[in-house]
Design a binder for this molecule. Sequence first.
Ligand SMILES: Cc1cc2nc3c(=O)[nH]c(=O)nc-3n(C[C@H](O)[C@H](O)[C@H](O)COP(=O)(O)OP(=O)(O)OC[C@H]3O[C@@H](n4cnc5c(N)ncnc54)[C@H](O)[C@@H]3O)c2cc1C
Ligand code: FES
Length: 274
Amino acid sequence: MEHNPYLPQLARIISIKEEVGGARPIKTFHLELLNGHRFDFRCGQCAMISVFGKGESMISISSSPLIKEYLQFSILKMGRVTTALHEMEEGSIVGLRGPYGNGFPLEEWKGKNLIFIGGGIGLAPIWSVLQTALRQRDDFGQLTLFYGARTSQDLVFKDELKKLKETIPVYLSIDVKEPGWNEYVGFVPQNVLDKKPSPEKAIAITCGPPIMIKFVIKGLQELGFQDDQIFTTVENKMKCGIGKCGRCNIGHHYVCKDGPVYSWARLKTLPQEY
Ligand SMILES: Cc1cc2nc3c(=O)[nH]c(=O)nc-3n(C[C@H](O)[C@H](O)[C@H](O)COP(=O)(O)OP(=O)(O)OC[C@H]3O[C@@H](n4cnc5c(N)ncnc54)[C@H](O)[C@@H]3O)c2cc1C
Ligand code: FES
């Protein structure tokens, strides 16, 4: 019988961590595939996670492909599927199909300084690249992270960020001043302009709300970054994930196949439908 690309594999939730509480909660899930299935992927690729009886959602894989024990997904509670996921418990079974999308061209970045710039849940796809570069430390130059959220409570991976600060420069920011916050107050693009990372031998990777990405790119250009030194991801709404339904298109391009990762040099030539 012909392989049905819509059929998910079964996966077990092996751990759930609450990253952010409140009105826009985020949880991080570790999944393991059942029945001996494998799932090889590249940094920046995504997977469709299904909750049976509820539907499917496209989510970035936030762990490094070098980790074989689990797949990590950090998920913001939004609507039907993500709410159902947030209500699940460790040991529950979900569906998983993928990996989808092009991923970041890490091989081409060897020897370069990598500057990661994330906002809110947008740290998830970036995290996979950062964790991979940390595990292959000799292959890359300096690693730097800029990361911001609305409040300190809205930052994801808080424990991991604390540890990361011992290894690489990490510039955190929140939008509005809070008691006890000793780091930058203001938007992520301003923090980047303030610290002035050098464009020399550098690649900047940014992911977050579209308005943040827009001003990060503008700021990077002011600092002298060329369009082919800036990479971002596009999160157009998706249904099939495999270039069949036409839901995710930018002009004639399907983001689920041609993206979600684009250099700014490429993205700026496409219609602004993202
Ligand atoms: C390439 C890609 C990577 C993503 N990575 C992450 C991630 O790492 N973490 C995370 O929390 N979210 C991520 N999202 C967004 C996530 O897919 C949506 O928040 C989720 O599908 C909402 O589904 P829902 O049923 O809970 O909400 P509903 O609002 O009920 O959504 C109904 C349907 O609309 C579509 N949809 C709604 N919002 C979005 C959206 N923003 N993007 C795409 N489709 C949407 C989905 O097909 C969904 O099934 C990503 C989206 C894309 C396209
Ligand atoms: S999600 Fe169906 S074509 Fe891209």
